[in-house]
Design a protein around this ligand. Structure first.
Ligand SMILES: [Zn+2]
Length: 318
């Protein structure tokens, strides 16, 4: 399970305080750009309407189609990267990453925005009766995707000078079930981003990137995750500073957190793209929230205000 990767114990004293407070960043002009938390909420609901988007199911197929059509409707040039990666049992797992190109090609490097759209087949953080039930994935999957769909819509209304690529990764959440520990192998999570990161032609194409994962819960808290700071510290500074200027330092806590092996880890390791992760960590436990990988990751755990905060920060940083 991914909580295992929280190698660096969160500084309990700091984590238990509410976030906020003064920060000592340099003065940087921040322009608030429009973003609709209402639209993003509808895009979470639309994904949830398919049912759990578990790879290999009709729900997943239908969602791939809808995501592709929606991004095209917002003016993106969309392609699907197909391939396989070995799953937790060593079997080939089919993968479909959705790649949307927005904005003209210029000499400037592009910016990468990513999230995973698949749902975990197992509620293995719940009691045993739920283990073989899929995670609904309102936060863990749909929330990050929904914000990026709304970003695409906003960029169609008011284009940027920069090229932006939105990559929706498949099969992030197929890591070895915690109840099958004996089968555990290396690198069973993040299969979609591992596949994408094998494409050496992508090297040098991006200046930097942001990954959104579990970004919709009421009162969500986002700390400066360890690998993000290691591989993209200047951009972490920029994002958290922007959040503070926009008045969202109750969500974006200016404190360090543990190391999480998420999609950004493989993209940075294999393609050398500095990517940061905006991911919800519970300050009380220093781990993922209680609904994580349980049947409770549903629309009850989605708050428009959180989607609005994260979306506005992403838009303003761009
Ligand atoms: Zn997950």
């Amino acid at each position: 399970m991914r909580a295992r990767y929280l190698l660096y114990i969160l500084l309990a004293a700091g984590m238990l305080c509410a976030c906020g407070g003064k920060t000592s960043h340099n003065e940087v002009v921040v322009n608030r750009r429009p973003f609709s938390g209402d639209s993003a909420y509808q895009y979470v609901a639309a994904q949830m309407d398919f049912g759990p988007r578990v790879p290999g199911t009709e729900e997943h197929d239908s969602c791939v189609l809808w995501l592709t059509e929606t991004l095209r409707r917002f003016g993106a040039d969309v392609e699907i990267q197909e391939g396989t990666m070995p799953d937790y049992a060593g079997e080939p797992q089919p993968i479909r990453n959705i790649v949307a190109h927005i904005g003209q090609d210029s000499t400037a490097k592009r910016i990468l925005l990513c999230a995973h759209f698949d749902c975990r087949p197992w509620c293995d953080e719940d009691e045993e009766a739920s283990w073989y039930q899929p995670v609904p994935g309102a936060n863990d999957g749909a929330s990050g995707v929904a914000i990026l769909l709304e970003v695409a819509r906003q960029l169609q209304l008011k284009p940027l000078q920069r090229g932006i690529d939105i990559v929706l990764f498949d099969c992030e959440d197929m890591g070895t079930p915690s109840f099958l520990k004996d089968l555990d192998r290396q690198d069973t999570w993040c299969l979609g981003s591992q596949l994408w990161s094998k494409d050496a032609s992508l090297r040098g194409r991006y200046e930097w990137g942001m990954l959104l994962d579990m970004v919709g819960a009421p009162g969500a808290t986002f700390y400066r995750e360890y690998y993000s700071e290691q591989q993209a510290s200047a951009y972490v500074e920029k994002v958290w500073h922007t959040a503070s200027v926009l008045g969202y330092d109750n969500y974006f806590c200016d404190r360090q957190a543990g190391a999480i092996v998420d999609d950004h880890f493989y993209v940075a390791r294999d393609l050398k793209i500095p990517v940061l992760d905006i991911i919800h960590i519970d300050p009380a436990t220093g781990a993922f929230p209680a609904w994580w990988h349980t049947p409770n990751d549903d629309m009850q755990q989605i708050d428009k205000a959180t989607l609005q905060a994260v979306g506005e920060v992403v838009m303003s940083v761009l």
